[in-house]
Design a protein around this ligand. Structure first.
Ligand code: C2E
Ligand code: MG
Ligand code: MG
Ligand code: MG
Length: 293
């Protein structure tokens, strides 16, 4: 009987796997059409200065407005796009949209526009031999000053993409800024920083508010800031959710932060409202929390 049941399970399992493969294939086909169908959405999350919490930049975070499944988060489709190579087209859409929005804000808002827009770049894009040329072309045709665009790459992407470090040097030579994202979660050593032309270290949210928060997180957060200061790199703390965390980060030496405390990923008009508002509640809360003028 046990053997028979096992046989049935096997059959059930294979059928489930087939269904999952069908679902993936359908989702992949839909994703391929998503840019043309106008289903991609760029959200913007503010990057702020401490202790005040004033927005200084924004990170573009991609969403997919799926006709049946609703607004999908990147973890439901980015891995799929990476595995079938379609991330290159998605990434181009994101870059183009970021540059367009950035120019629009620059023209319309003047010095209230975000100083810098950050775009996430995956390993597959970085190893695309035409990536640097496309970015250069985009900058040229839009007229966006290169230093207003920051590319975020993870340590894992840098280590897995062929010629990634050489590509980063070329991007850096164009005048772009480079950030190492989710820092501390990969398996690289700090020496990666010496090989990469890094301007900004984004300290992963697991050390600030997540799984490694608490004493261990606090130690890592404190040590990384010293390290960045010694190397002349800016540090951004990710995942700041409470005024207490913001105050501690400021105390430790952090001058830039990002997290739900200051703003969730939001539509471009919502970010614009935040940029042009005289003062918002998060500002005073953080200011008071940091106990400084
Ligand atoms: P990431 O680049 O590290 O982006 C930060 C993620 O942390 C975002 O998740 C953001 O919503 C979330 N986050 C920000 N503040 C907080 C906070 O205070 N608490 C918590 N718990 N989370 C916070 P999201 O938007 O789901 O994006 C997840 C990841 O997907 C990104 O991580 C990035 O690796 C990838 N991604 C997003 N957009 C793109 C894109 O256009 N291209 C590529 N290649 N990857 C993208
Ligand atoms: Mg990022
Ligand atoms: Mg990150
Ligand atoms: Mg991440």
């Amino acid at each position: 009987a046990a053997k028979h049941a096992g046989g049935d399970d096997r059959h059930w399992f294979d059928a489930a796997m087939d269904r999952a493969a069908d679902d993936d294939a359908r989702l992949a086909a839909e994703l391929r059409r998503a840019p043309a169908e106008g289903q991609l959405v760029a959200l913007y999350q503010p990057i702020v200065t401490l202790p005040g919490g004033a927005p200084t930049g924004a990170e573009v975070l991609l969403r997919w407005q799926h006709p049946e499944h609703g607004l999908l988060a990147p973890d439901t489709f980015i891995p799929l796009a990476e595995s079938n190579g379609f991330i290159v087209e998605l990434g181009d859409w994101v870059l183009r949209e970021a540059v367009r929005q950035s120019m629009e804000w620059r023209d319309r808002l003047g010095d209230r526009a975000p100083e810098r827009i950050s775009v996430n770049v995956s390993a597959r894009q970085l190893s695309d031999p035409h990536f640097v040329d496309r970015v250069a072309g985009l900058l040229l045709e839009s007229g966006l000053p290169p230093h207003r665009l920051m590319l975020e790459v993870t340590e894992t992407a840098v280590l897995s993409a062929g010629a990634a470090i050489a590509q980063l040097h070329k991007l850096k030579a164009l005048g772009l800024r480079i950030a190492l994202d989710d820092f501390g979660t990969g398996h690289s050593s700090l020496s990666l920083l010496l090989d990469c032309p890094v301007d900004v270290l984004k300290v992963d949210k697991s050390f600030v508010s997540g799984t490694t928060a608490g004493r261990a997180g606090a130690i890592i957060v404190r040590n990384l800031i010293g390290f960045t200061q010694d190397f002349g790199i800016e540090a951004v703390a990710e995942g700041v959710e409470t005024t207490g965390q913001a105050a501690q980060l400021y105390e430790a030496g952090y001058r830039f932060a990002q997290g739900y405390l200051f703003g969730r990923p939001m539509s471009a008009p919502a970010l614009e409202e935040l940029l042009t508002a005289p003062a918002e509640p998060g500002y005073r809360a953080v200011h008071a929390g940091a106990g400084r003028g």
